[in-house]
Ligand binder design. Sequence first.
Ligand SMILES: NC(=O)c1ccc[n+]([C@@H]2O[C@H](COP(=O)([O-])OP(=O)(O)OC[C@H]3O[C@@H](n4cnc5c(N)ncnc54)[C@H](OP(=O)(O)O)[C@@H]3O)[C@@H](O)[C@H]2O)c1
Length: 278
Amino acid sequence: MSTIVFLGGGRITSAMLAGLRLASHDYRLLVHDRNPDKLRDLKKRYEVGVESDLNNAVKQADIMIVAVRPNSIRELLPAIVNAVAKTSGQTKANRSSRGRVPLAISLAAGVPLRVLSKLTGASVKWARAMPSPVCRSGRGLTAITFPRRVDAADRQRVNNFFASFGQVVEISENKFDAFTVTYSCSHGYHALASLAAAGQKAGLDRNTALLASAHALADGIIAWREGHISLESLLEEAVTPGGIAAATTSAMEAAGYGRAVRHGIDAGLQRAQANAGK
Ligand SMILES: NC(=O)c1ccc[n+]([C@@H]2O[C@H](COP(=O)([O-])OP(=O)(O)OC[C@H]3O[C@@H](n4cnc5c(N)ncnc54)[C@H](OP(=O)(O)O)[C@@H]3O)[C@@H](O)[C@H]2O)c1
């Protein structure tokens, strides 16, 4: 049984644990965080192991999931290096297992593999992954990327772990920021909130506006994801020339809908690039 150690027990760790709870897997799950109250809460909610001592957590890890914010990476990584050094010292002394370079997966948005490797040297093998909090339902998507140094067996281990709570896509690292910014489930929530607010303004009560908007967005997207019909054909089917949907979409486009989305994506990319220097 492999032990997955989450370093950082915040929002995304909590979502992954919820997704894992729905999955059938045989991982042993252990969380380390510097806040004892968060560890207590995660233990209670997900019945996972918790470990407040970083050295003990690292010692037990087959795979580490580094789930701290980008501005905490520079503090945590040297501590991981120390913990790995202590662990290999103990391993030699005890003549027991491990003794191999541990595999760590960083979730830190925008922080490149070269920065992670520079901060830890060769004592840790790195991969990056970008899950989303929707993985709590088991329906999410996770992008993963690897440096050349990571072999096929380790790539498979990383893939298998994220596949236990959703779809996985491997992409090259130079596409990672674009994926991160495009993939955020905040787009769906934002679109839902904006459409429902406009529906309310048009006369619907809030619940009906949310219900109609959620179906408008989600059902159309599910139809596309079923994969039988192209997006162009679906649009053609839904937008009768001269009809109401045609008037709505062309007015939205004329008011800058596409431009606003591109501005948002550009701002997200800039923020991701700023994270690389944090
Ligand atoms: N949230 C998302 O939707 C999402 C999605 C994909 C990827 N990510 C990435 O995942 C990472 C975590 O995001 P998050 O939203 O889960 O953040 P979060 O809610 O702030 O969780 C991070 C946790 O790590 C703890 N921590 C920070 N430094 C630590 C250290 N040195 N030792 C032990 N614990 C430490 C934090 O404690 P304090 O509160 O005391 O700092 C906090 O409890 C980020 O890099 C983010 O880019 C997030």
